[in-house]
Design a protein. Structure first.
Lengths: 100, 524, 108
């Protein structure tokens, strides 16, 4: 793709944006998914944490794949933010329930 | 990126593969060598004599040595010799500031004479092992970078499966001597056929460092008290503090026997003695990792050192801990018998070859377009330089490391650091050489150099020590002989690769042929 | 591990023969549909069957690891042999099958 000598700036920006979404958004999704599992899984506390940590990388992978497979960079961000919000809500409820 | 899923994945595979390929090549090759780290250490410290294994004798010797040299230490660690590592290693931590890491003293003791072995100062195989996940960087950064590389590898594997999914229908096809086609065939063959290993090794490396790179769930469940998580995961090491009343330490041998009885004959890996010489001395005996596939860090038996009374038997894992331990154990391969260890080694080489062929293919495809004009753009030249330096240059660096071990005098100050310096100096020089030398001559010269360095290792060993092949083979010292023979084999292989490249180069300058030449050889 | 290796290698060879292309290259003929099915079935049977000797010798956890290793390596060996020494690749599989009772007798 790079061989077309000059690529438009917009394309380069879009790729950068996707890469950022993949690396940072993906990490956010993975972390939050792991937190949700740690809080919600009906096993002992340590086991839930280990399960969450171990499976978080699959979420990371899926997020990265999504970021580069979808149509536009905007959709990449959207697709990252939506599950992030969902996991964050779940994690928030879990934390709140753990406190009270 | 509008072309649909498969193309998007191919694009991702191409670019993450390129950017992290050089680093991953180095990680894979040094990690593969680390499967033989004890054997490499044995070669690099030929002064450490192997004796028939006798744990009771070794343990008594270690205890006597520590009693004499470190009676007031806060902690002792004893690692028993095993079939792979003949050295009896003792380590102690001074009282100065316990709890803090550091101020450890380590010695290798001869398990028969009880004297400290005066071996040359060398990192041995441990260097490759440490390099493959710390990358010679300051503490957390190397581990973070290598874990990031592992994540990229995971992405590259999955996108590669999507990209080349046709290969699953017929993975028996490998067409040599067909230029670019052969490289692709080779890449696919080593990728698909050894895929279970690649997936295991990649995912397990993520799992090994998961509590470092993914701390959020620990913090969510345990708050600021992350230590609580580790003590819940690994309960056994809750030892009583010293009381300050002296009491002689019981002999460790009966405790050893009792511990083994607890594990139905399982092997002992390491012993830790806390506060030796105190009333509250405690002895923790850890099971060897070579006993089973799944690693269980909690598998230990605890005794009161002053009375010899059994305090605790740790062990038993929940399912998630068992899965994590299995990943850990599979990655490390401590349990592997010699044959399986070689299979691990071959799988590692296949992974290295997969990365190498991928890098060469990336460049080859793009060079074709510029073949007619004969002018290579700057980016391609850069990639070529990095390809040469990261692959053949690394082989030269490994060779230089072994040579430095034999050529630096034993009395040299900071000797083990200089061995490592030699490794990086050689690597740096090869980078310089690759930058100066045009294209394929760079490959040929570097491969020849690496072939010479590695191929001459048995000769070097014969000249500088008394452990040459004739002796080691006759004595049945397979680690020593195997090292020499493997180096010789890799030397011959690399020489063949260099020769092959040269032959192909002379008559036909057509780009298609020029690039396609050597697939498997480069693999090494 | 030896018996598992022999069975895996033979199994992969059978699977290889179940494809038109390799059947043509190795045996110089096109397989009939029944033949192809036969090769494929025997290939899978051999591969699955090779789990048993590996597990019987080394126990489930170690045995499965060894089986996976042997599975990968036998396929790698076959693929590397095929283009260079196709007849040897084929005869190795045959010899391996013939030798497998001996291997079974020795190891099990």
């Amino acid at each position: 793709m790079k061989s077309k000598t000059t690529l438009p700036v917009s394309y380069r920006l879009a790729v950068t944006s996707r890469a950022l979404a993949a690396v940072f958004g993906g990490y956010l999704i993975a972390s939050l998914a792991a937190v949700c599992m740690a809080l919600w899984l009906p096993t002992s506390r340590a086991d839930a944490v280990v399960t969450g940590m171990m499976s978080s990388f699959v979420f990371y992978l899926l997020a990265v794949l999504w970021c580069f497979a979808c149509r536009t960079a905007w959709r990449a961000w959207f697709g990252v933010m939506l599950p992030t919000a969902a996991f964050a809500t779940l994690a928030g409820v879990g934390l709140w329930m753990a406190r009270t | 990126m509008k072309e649909g899923f498969r193309q998007a994945m191919a694009w991702l595979h191409t670019w993450v593969g390129l950017i992290f390929g050089w680093l991953l090549f180095a990680i894979f090759l040094t990690g593969t060598l680390a499967y033989f780290k004890d054997e490499i250490t044995h070669w690099m410290q030929p002064e450490v004599q192997a004796h028939p294994l006798d744990d009771a004798r070794s343990l008594a010797v270690a205890q006597a040595y520590l009693q004499q040299h470190a009676p007031d230490a806060a902690r002792w660690f004893i690692t028993l010799p095993n079939s792979r590592d003949p050295g009896l290693s003792v380590m102690w931590q001074d009282k100065l500031d316990p709890g803090k890491r550091g101020n450890f003293v380590q010695k290798v003791v001869d398990p028969v004479s009880g004297e400290a072995v005066l071996a040359r100062d060398s990192k041995g195989g441990e260097f490759f092992y440490r390099f493959h996940f710390q990358l010679q960087m300051p503490h957390p950064w190397g581990r973070w970078l290598s874990t990031l590389a592992a994540m990229v590898m995971f992405v590259a594997l999955i996108t590669g499966i999507v990209t080349h999914k046709k290969i699953f229908k017929d993975f028996f096809t490998f067409r040599p001597r067909k230029g670019q086609r052969s490289w692709l065939d080779g890449h696919n063959a080593v990728g698909v056929l050894v895929l279970p290993f690649h997936l295991m090794i990649t995912y397990s490396s993520l799992v090994i460092f998961m509590s470092m790179v993914m701390p959020a769930p620990i913090m969510a469940s345990y708050g600021a008290d992350t230590r609580a998580f580790f003590s819940e995961m690994f309960p056994a090491t809750d030892n009583a503090p010293a009381l300050g009343q002296p009491a002689p330490l019981q002999s460790l041998v009966p405790m050893y026997t009792q511990a083994r009885a607890q594990w139905a004959g399982g092997q002992v890996g390491r012993l830790a003695v806390n506060n030796p010489g105190d009333v509250n001395a405690s002895v923790n005996i850890f099971r060897a990792g070579s006993d089973r596939v799944a690693q269980d860090f909690g598998s230990m038996v605890s005794f009161n050192g002053a009375t010899g009374e059994l305090l605790r038997v740790g062990g038993g894992q929940s399912l998630p801990a068992l899965i994590g331990g299995t990943f850990y154990g599979l990655h490390m391969g401590h349990f592997a018998t010699p044959v399986l260890r070689w299979l691990y080694f071959i799988c590692g080489l296949a992974g290295t070859a997969m990365i190498g062929t991928g890098l060469v293919m990336w460049l080859g495809k793009r060079q074709l377009k510029h073949a007619r004009t004969g002018v290579m753009p700057y980016e391609l030249r850069l990639v070529e330089t990095l390809n040469i330096a990261s692959m053949s240059g690394l082989l030269i660096a490994i060779g230089a490391f072994f040579w430095a071990n034999r050529l630096l005098p034993a009395s040299f100050a900071e000797r083990s650091d200089w061995e490592v310096q030699a490794f990086f100096i050689a690597w740096g020089l090869s980078l310089l050489h690759a930058a100066l030398r045009r294209g394929r001559w760079g490959w040929i010269e570097q491969l020849s150099c690496a072939a010479l360095l590695l191929g001459a290792v048995p000769l070097l060993n014969a000249i500088t020590t008394e452990q040459h092949l004739g002796v080691s083979l006759a004595r049945g010292d397979w680690a020593m002989a195997g090292f020499d023979l493997t180096c010789l084999g890799s030397g011959v292989f690399l020489a063949w690769a260099a020769w092959k490249m040269r032959c192909r180069m002379a008559p036909q300058p057509t780009a298609e042929r020029a690039l396609g030449l050597n697939l498997t050889r480069e693999a090494r | 591990m030896l018996l598992a290796l022999l069975l895996c290698y033979a199994g992969f060879t059978a699977l290889c023969l179940s494809t038109d292309r390799h059947h043509g290259e190795l045996l110089r003929s096109k397989p009939s549909p029944q033949r192809r099915l036969g090769w494929r079935a025997s290939g899978w049977l051999l591969l699955l069957g090779s789990i048993w000797p590996a597990v019987a010798v080394a126990g489930w956890s170690q045995g499965l690891v060894e089986w996976c290793a042997v599975l990968m390596l036998s396929a790698l060996l076959l693929v590397l042999l095929l283009p260079y020494l196709p007849r040897l690749a084929l005869s190795l599989a045959g010899a391996g099958l013939l030798a497998s009772p001996v291997a079974a007798f020795v190891t099990l």
